[in-house]
Design a protein around this ligand. Structure first.
Ligand code: ADP
Ligand code: MG
Ligand code: MG
Length: 252
């Protein structure tokens, strides 16, 4: 079992404190959801864990099996087993999707242990089938002209091909129609298992109808203020966030 542990994390953007002491522990074989109103720091949490330079950690720790993640360069974080699907996946021109995936897989491996082309293609075909992706997507330039839904599917394809220990998926559901949502969920559910843990950041409960989380956390004003099981997400869907604010005496 592997553990990703976030303790007392404080993060600033341009001198403004956004995260004010986030505590969260995820083990492999678990899927956690982080929900919360807009602007409470959910994406900031994801970006800080992945080492985005704009996000300055002023206090707290992030460890992966006891190793200090915050000390690692961004590529070392990926090599250590972290995966982040960005809320706005960027376009990279001149690199095909398949080339990108293959070099991403190989960059996580030792020299001489690279994935064979045959094995790579076989695996790519099978994952693309699961995600109901058109085969020509493999030869398209990365994210260039991908629709919103295609980008999201592609993120999940990356996830399935790279097989990280932990994935942080930030609003993979935003802008997806119900069919795309089901397909994306199928991909994540297929990853479930002893060697995979996941943090799903979402504004809406909808996604959690398809990916049942083991734990649900509510983030408000830069902190995790409440944690529970899947029923917490349902209560939020039905009742919004005001009852939590009242319960905890949080002012807007
Ligand atoms: P959420 O994902 O929960 O909607 P964010 O983490 O995106 O929240 O944003 C939290 C706060 O940080 C917001 O007040 C937002 O305006 C601010 N913020 C986020 N990104 C930046 C940035 N790049 N520069 C300045 N402020 C930012
Ligand atoms: Mg937001
Ligand atoms: Mg966000």
């Amino acid at each position: 079992m592997s553990t990703l542990e976030i303790k007392g994390l404080h993060v600033e953007i341009e001198g403004k404190e956004i995260l004010k002491g986030v505590d969260l522990t995820i083990n492999t074989n678990e899927i956690h959801a982080v929900m919360g109103p807009n602007g409470t720091g959910k994406s900031t949490l994801a970006s800080a864990i992945m080492g985005h330079p704009k996000y300055v950690v002023t206090a707290g720790t992030v460890t992966l099996d006891g190793e200090d993640v915050l000390e690692m360069e961004v590529d070392e974080r990926a090599k250590a087993g972290l995966f982040l699907a960005m809320q706005y996946p960027s376009e990279i021109s001149g690199v095909t999707n398949a080339d990108f995936l293959r070099s991403a897989i190989n960059s996580k491996r030792e020299e001489g242990e690279e994935i064979s082309l045959m094995k790579f293609i076989r695996e790519l075909d099978s994952k693309m089938e699961t995600l109901e992706m058109n085969q020509e997507m493999a030869q398209r330039y990365l994210n260039e002209g991908f629709s919103g839904g295609e980008k999201k599917r592609n993120e999940i394809l990356q996830l399935m091909m790279l097989k990280p220990k932990f994935a942080i998926l930030d609003e993979i559901d935003s802008g997806l129609d119900i069919d795309a949502l089901k397909v994306v969920s199928k991909g994540v559910n297929e990853m479930r298992g002893e060697n995979f843990g996941c943090l799903i950041i979402t504004h809406y409960q909808r996604l959690l109808n398809y990916i049942t989380p083991d734990k649900v956390h509510v983030m408000m004003q830069g902190r995790v203020v409440k944690s529970g099981g899947p029923e917490l997400a349902q209560k939020l869907e039905a009742q919004g966030y005001d009852w939590i604010k009242e319960e905890l005496g949080i002012e807007d």
